[in-house]
Write a new protein. Sequence first.
Length: 218
Amino acid sequence: MPSKALFMKLTKRLKRSIELILLFILYPILLGINSIPLSIRLSFAPFVAIYIIYLSYKHRKKLFKKRKQVKPRQFWYKVSLRWLIIAIATILYVLSMDPNLLFKSILTRPILWIEMIFIYTFLSVIPQEFLYRIFYFQRYRFLFKNSPIFFLVNAFVFSIAHLMFQSFLVLGITFIGGYLFAYTYHKTKSMFWVSVEHLIYGGWLFTVGMGKMLGFPI
């Protein structure tokens, strides 16, 4: 009996590992290979989406169960400190690359800036946080005994999801962001709060003037 239980446990780990590699590593890499026709790269998307939706529905009670309460004051204190560091670093970066871009979007095209905030929130931040935090944590957390390693892997897969931008800058920024978001979700178990943090950092990037560098129209 113990050997059978062990076999089932190992089989589950193997299946889940393969799933992780296929969904979060190989397919994003495929999407990022521009030499492959876009029609071929996107042809797998419906199957990936249907599979994730099916699993999300099947395990909806685990994914959406009530989480512990978050202390907003503590959350805002930590996020504010991180944002301050990010703000200083990105302002210096934009000034060194092209000073004319600094806050150009919000100063010259405020309506478009507002539209981008809404689009970014609902078509990027929320779907990404569901997939890379809610879904990812529930499906693959048991594969890793070490939390920092788990966060690093989460940051890695979140980063390569942005390979299509063909930018080392984007990969670096999303890797750092992915680690921060993984840590925040681990602490809060809240999609709402980790999405708020994601929106603050991401929205700041195209506010400060790094939008076009990161694939945004502003």
